[in-house]
Write a protein that binds this ligand. Structure first.
Ligand code: PHE
Length: 337
């Protein structure tokens, strides 16, 4: 027969050392389970004489009760401790103010694009899209800029391979539209364009908004009227426009569109380099070769086209002096708009 006193002391010692309820359960099984020490000790009683059996039996019952009681107390203590730990760990101050989260808004480029789209939509223009990776033919050749022609130098090009470029302008979409639509055509193409430039007024990626109108009897006066309406709606009633002769391979005649300087009201200041005017778009009458490349007969139809930057009008309107700020993702800048 085992030494019951030792057995009891050992059990109590283990129980008292237990640090969680699963340990307590393991101890219970080790002593009181089917093959536990106490259970086995009850079996050992069978071989004893009647007198001794009774005495040892009572003793063993006491041991069992003490172990049970100790297990129970320990379990209760552990559960209580767990709960109070949880209270400390998960205590929250329900009166403390909630965490504020930043709510974002559309980027200035997006806002400006939407606003420009809105104005041209009111004039009956439809928004179309085109690929940012373009073939040499669409980006240059079809726009009257043949291979090796110096006019290509004005568009510092990113080449993907010999035949593919990141479009340097949204103008290639003019050709795609003419190939897919019959006149009357009245579309705008807002989108990303790419050139190898980087300074206060140039970034390698920037946005343009192209416009194309093709119909019978379209004249430069229609272009001028459209530009005037746009400028007044976008910049304000007080702004004047000026069409200045220029050269683009895909328009003839070509012009650059200037608006009167908003800072000096046309009197001349640093912002307009003392000219009173700010350049905001290229435009012109669609070149007959370009109409032909789009599958349209220049004898029957005429058209005008224009190309605005998107960042530049936004810069002029909000007095932003560095284009690169648009793409630095500095919230202190972006949150102002
Ligand atoms: N694509 C020209 C540019 O990027 C702008 C332009 C568009 C000029 C349409 C004329 C007509 O400079």
């Amino acid at each position: 027969m085992v030494d019951l006193e030792k057995l009891l002391n050992k059990a109590l010692e283990k129980i008292s050392a237990a640090t969680d309820v699963t340990q307590v359960e393991d101890i219970r099984i080790a002593y009181l389970g089917r093959k536990g020490s106490v259970t086995l000790a009850f079996k050992d009683l069978l071989i004893l004489e009647a007198e001794e059996k009774k005495a040892k039996g009572q003793e063993l019952n006491e041991v069992k009760k003490k172990i049970e009681a100790s297990l129970e107390t320990k379990t209760r203590q552990l559960l209580e401790k767990e709960r109070s730990d949880l209270e400390t760990r998960e205590w929250i101050d329900v009166t403390s103010p909630g965490a504020k989260h930043l709510s974002g808004h559309a980027h200035l480029v997006t806002k400006t694009t939407r606003e420009m789209i809105d104005i041209f939509s009111r004039l009956g223009f439809e928004v179309v899209d085109g690929p940012e990776i373009e073939t040499d033919w669409y980006n240059f050749e079809a726009l009257n800029m043949p291979k090796g022609h110096p006019v290509r130098d004005t568009q510092a090009t990113f080449f993907v391979d010999e035949n593919l470029v990141l479009r340097t302008q949204t103008s290639p979409v003019q050709i795609r539209v003419m190939q897919n639509q019959k006149p009357p055509i009245r579309v705008i193409v807002p989108g990303k364009t790419y050139r190898r430039d980087y300074d206060v007024t140039h970034t390698p990626m920037f946005h343009q908004l192209e416009g194309l109108v093709v119909d019978k009897g379209v004249t430069l006066a229609d272009l001028k009227g459209t530009m005037e309406v746009f400028v007044k709606l976008f910049f304000g009633e007080d702004r004047k426009i000026r069409l200045r002769p220029h050269h683009f391979a895909f328009t003839e005649p070509s012009i650059e569109l200037d608006i009167s300087c908003g800072i000096c009201a046309g009197n001349g200041c640093r912002a307009c380099k003392y000219t009173g005017w700010l350049e905001i778009a290229g435009a012109g009458m669609v070149h007959p070769n370009v109409l032909r490349n789009g599958g349209i007969d220049p004898e029957e139809y005429q058209g005008f086209a224009f190309g605005f930057g998107i960042e530049r009008p936004a810069m002029l309107r909000s007095n932003i002096d560095d284009l690169r700020l648009f793409f630095d993702n500095d919230l202190r800048f972006l949150e102002q708009f």
